[in-house]
Design a protein around this ligand. Structure first.
Ligand code: SF4
Length: 361
């Protein structure tokens, strides 16, 4: 049973393979694949049979985690928002819209960080830790209440209502999870608000370039999405990419920042020696400073391109970005992630009939 006065804050990603994604994959995927919905809500909606081809770091992560999940997320849910959408597309679209308590927490934190960045760039003092904490709590409470009270509306209008995976699938939130998140709350809010990054951003001669801004750059003809948490030019003339992390140390976080460095190089024409990146692990009180050589960035581009080629192997028509049938996208062998997956409802029966091979240790 969830206490109504829930005061969740913080972020936990430890030990859960399904939650490996960037701080707010929900935001990213909504931005990336939500273009059609935005057009729907505007007068000039143009229907397309297939989604537009693009690539992002989180797309690669989803593809690697489970090809079927990748299918539902990027193809099976396409046009699922239409009133007469086929049942499976409508369901895939609805499930895609689910969030979970960890992502909600990450999103709340990043929204707070964005507000902080804008405030500091205007020459104002950062929020206090308690103010930041309250902003995060407010958002968590809102999503929790929506999940508790708005199920019917979510079934009708999944793009309008926040729904936690934990509520949708009836698992709820254990006291342990609530406690764990609460424990992280003060820690993360305090670490964010006292970060040395704000002093650098506030320094005379620094210039904010972007805070949580969605952008793209071209890589061999493919649009690649980049959403750095914070990007600014320092007083010493470096371009600094900052990423707020709320979970454990992971090598792939460095890969993600390398991709953003590539974006800064390609989109803004900044030399690699003038680009720096910083990973701030807020719940661990660890900061990792990174820089990348031109050769390293070329390698990043090559890896991205290889990933694109692999994904294209699942297309029936690469020109149209038309996928092969769902059966060509295998269910993951890492079945432990399935109960936490948004698309579990779609896979449940198939999973029963298709046992995973034993995991090799
Ligand atoms: S439930 Fe499992 S098999 Fe199905 S999409 Fe999700 S991770 Fe893949």
């Amino acid at each position: 049973m969830i206490p109504p006065e829930l005061t969740l804050i913080g972020v936990v990603l430890a030990g859960c393979g399904f939650y490996l994604f960037k701080k707010n994959p929900e935001k990213l995927r909504n931005e990336i694949e939500g273009g059609f919905e935005r057009r729907l809500s505007m007068s000039g909606y143009v229907r397309t049979e297939y989604p537009k081809w693009s690539w992002s770091f989180s797309r690669r992560q989803i593809f690697q985690a489970c090809p079927r999940r990748y299918y539902y997320n990027y193809y099976g849910s396409h046009n699922g928002w239409e009133p007469n959408a086929p049942q499976e597309a409508a369901l895939a679209y609805r499930l895609k819209k689910l969030t979970n308590i960890y992502l909600t927490l990450g999103n709340a934190l990043h929204q707070t960080a964005e507000r902080l960045a804008l405030r500091v760039a205007e020459g104002r003092q950062p929020f206090s830790a308690s103010e930041a904490e309250e902003m995060i709590r407010r958002q968590l409470r809102r999503v929790w209440r929506s999940s508790r009270d708005q199920r019917r509306l979510f079934l009708q209008r999944p793009n309008r209502v926040d729904m936690l995976h934990e509520f949708y699938y009836g698992r709820g939130l254990s006291e342990d999870v609530v406690e764990l998140i609460n424990q992280r709350a003060k820690q993360v809010a305090a670490a964010l608000t006292t970060s040395a990054t704000w002093e650098e951003l506030a320094a005379k001669g620094s210039k904010l370039i972007a805070a949580e801004q969605f952008d793209t750059f071209e890589l061999r003809g493919t649009s690649v999405y980049a959403v750095p948490d914070l990007l600014f030019r320092t007083e010493k003339g470096f371009w600094l990419i900052v990423d707020w992390k709320t979970g454990e140390l992971a090598l792939e976080n460095q890969e993600q920042l390398a991709l953003y460095a590539l974006y800064v190089l390609q989109k803004h024409g900044v030399k690699p020696e003038k680009i720096k990146a910083r990973l701030e692990y807020l719940s661990l009180a660890e900061v990792l400073e990174l820089s990348f050589s031109r050769q390293e960035l070329e390698l990043v581009a090559e890896k991205a391109f290889q990933s694109m080629e692999e994904m294209r192997g699942f297309l029936a028509d690469p020109e149209l970005n038309a996928p092969k049938s769902p059966a060509h996208f295998p269910l993951t062998n890492q079945r432990r992630q399935c109960p936490s997956c948004n698309f579990y409802e779609l896979c449940r029966e198939e999973l029963k009939q298709d046992p995973a091979p034993p995991e090799v240790s």
